[in-house]
Structures are given as C-alpha cells and as structure tokens.
Design a binder for this molecule. Structure first.
Ligand code: ATP
Length: 324
C-alpha cells in the first residue's frame, strides 16, 4: 500500500483534529502518500481530496472541530454515489482509507468495501461514547468536561434559589455522557435511555430528598431518554406536583461538541490515528481501532454497529448511593 486517505464523518467531535494529525504524520513516517478528504463521504463523491503534508496538520492538535470538515452524505447511501466516490479515489491511486466517525460512517465503509474492495480502518470519533469495541470514543471526555463545567455553574444558582434543575445533555440513544456528568457533577438523579426510570420515580426521589432537607436538586436527562427530553420530564413533574418545586430546565446543546480537546482525548486520538495506519499496513480491513483496558484492539465494523456497549450498572448504582 502506497497511498491512503483520511476523512472525518458524521457528527464532529473534539479530538478529531488530533486524530487526523496522527494519521497524516504516521503515514508520512511509514513512507506513504496521504490525502485528506473534505466533508466526509460528500468530498469523496465530489473529488474534494487534498494532499496532506506534515505541516498540513501543524498547530491543530489543540483545536476542536475538524479541519477536514464533516458531513452526513445522502448520496453515499446510493450505489451511484459510491461509484463516483470510488472513481475519484481510483484517479488518485488511493488504496486504503482511515475513517474517523461513528457507526453510520462504518456502515458506509462496509458497503463500499463490498462493492469496490477498498479497505477502511476506523477511529471512533463521536462524543456519545456509544460504540462497541472501545472503552472510550474520541470527543467523549471533552464533551463530559464541557457539560460538567456548565452543570457546576447551574448548581450554584440552583442552590442559591432552592431550585430543581433538569439539565439535558447529549448522547443520542446512549446515556454515557449523562451518567458521567451525573456522577462527576453530583446529580441527584440521572435519566438514561438504557434504563427506564418513570417520571413517578423521579418525583418520588425528589420528594424524598426534600424530606431530608435537600433544598436544591440536579436531574440530568440524556437527550434520548424514553420519558422524553428534560423539558418534557420537567413538564410532567410540574403537572404531577403543582407548585411543589421551583423547576427550571436547561438544554446544554451544541456547546458539548466544541472546544479544545482534553489531554485524555488528544492522547486517545493520537494513539488511535497511529493504530489505524498500522492496521491498514498490516492488511486489516473493515475494523475499528479502539482502546480496551488501555490496549489497542481492532474490532470488526459489523460488531461496532450490531453489538451494544452496555451502560455500567455499577455507575448507575453509584448515582443512587452518592446522592442520599
Ligand atoms: P455520529 O455518531 O456522530 O452520528 P455517524 O458516523 O454514526 O456519526 P451517520 O450520519 O450515521 O454518522 O453516518 C455518516 C455517513 O455515513 C452518512 O451520512 C452516510 O453518508 C454514510 N452511511 C451511513 N450508513 C450507510 C449505509 N448503510 N450505506 C452507505 N452509507 C452509509
């Protein structure tokens, strides 16, 4: 293999730049020619592919977002779109890909391999930490820290005014961000999609806290929770117990995606970017480089989108115990 390309795809995540940098520099170190594909699969289809040199990735390790831009591509879901993408890679002689993204990105790579035989090694780039095959995804640690900073501030005002705050954090169908923020932010309750907690249960816990003279509470709600988002849950509580609590709702939203990556994310991204290039050179295809028990592990793409990474029961228990 002489020429490879790297791209970022799906939702952006802090640390993607550090990963791109590691891929580019490792490839050059190993004597490969390396290209950057702009805006994920869209750039592949449009032929927006640029040569990357060592200095193309200078001064980006500390930057959030992705210099290669990211996108979701409807056209890549079609056979015609993927054919165009293949033709563009073929023109440049690109023989292998490093995809930094989530499970959707890896699904696309599997389709692409079936049709055109171009191998891809993936790096888990998503704040949600919802990918099977790695203990942590690139961007998760930064997102948790960003959310935590906001939660700490909200706690100050919640406490001053004796309020109950419902705070919605990102994570799509996964409660990883919520649970980490819940424990690290000292929340009274954490609602995650993986474990059903009814609004009645939430009301009961809040009431029990009040009886124990708790004057303010923080409830973290994962955006994909079965009971609805933070607003919906708060509205239900208001209806259930009118005038009992002074309730406020905050949705943290996209601030969780931005910002300079933490040291932990930069390290993870650097290790995985390096591992992806090593993987391609070792002949791996359709696998994701991840970290399990601090070791690099390659997991088949199929597993990353078919198997579920379970939420830790121990962590859920911890929220309960530490909020008494
Ligand atoms: P995130 O976890 O941040 O959402 P993701 O990689 O899961 O990241 P998606 O939007 O699901 O993000 O997928 C990225 C892109 O991968 C899609 O926009 C699409 O172009 C491509 N893709 C996803 N599934 C398929 C598929 N079955 N066939 C072909 N391409 C696909």
């Amino acid at each position: 293999m002489k020429k490879i390309a790297v791209f970022t795809s799906g939702g952006d995540a802090p640390g993607m730049n550090a990963c791109v940098r590691a891929v580019v520099r490792t490839a050059i170190y190993k004597g490969l020619e390396v290209f950057g594909i702009m805006r994920g699969y869209n750039g592949m289809i449009q032929g927006d592919i640029v040569p990357m040199k060592s200095n193309s990735v200078s001064n980006i390790i500390q930057k959030g977002g992705t210099i290669l831009k990211s996108a979701r591509s409807k056209e890549f879901m079609t056979a015609e779109g993927r054919k165009k993408a293949y033709e563009n890679l073929q023109k440049l002689g690109i023989e292998g890909l490093v995809a930094i993204g989530g499970d959707g990105t890896f699904r696309g790579a599997v389709e692409f391999y079936k049709e055109f035989g171009i191998p891809t090694v993936g790096c888990p780039g998503t704040i949600d930490n919802d990918l099977y095959g790695t203990d942590y995804t690139i961007g998760y640690d930064t997102a948790v820290n960003t959310a935590l900073e906001a939660i700490d501030k909200i706690r100050d005002t919640a406490d001053s005014h004796d309020r109950v705050f419902f705070i919605e954090v990102m994570g799509r169908d996964s409660g990883y961000i919520a649970i980490a923020c819940g424990i690290a932010g000292g929340a009274e309750i954490v609602m995650v999609p993986e474990i059903l907690m009814s609004t009645a249960e939430v009301a009961q816990i809040l009431q029990a806290g009040w009886k124990r003279s708790k004057t303010s509470s923080i409830v973290i709600v994962a955006e994909g929770d079965e009971e609805g988002g933070a607003q919906e849950v708060a509205d239900k509580i208001r209806q259930m117990m009118p005038n009992q609590f002074d309730i406020r709702v905050t949705t943290l939203g996209h601030i969780q995606r931005g910002g300079s990556p933490t040291a932990r994310d930069r390290l993870l991204a650097s290790r995985l970017g390096y591992a992806a290039v090593e993987g391609l050179l070792a002949g791996y295809k359709n696998v994701m480089a991840g970290i399990i028990n601090d070791q690099v592990v390659y997991t088949p793409f199929e597993d990353t989108f078919q198997k579920v990474k379970p939420i830790s029961q121990e962590m859920m228990e911890l929220v309960k115990i530490l909020s008494i």
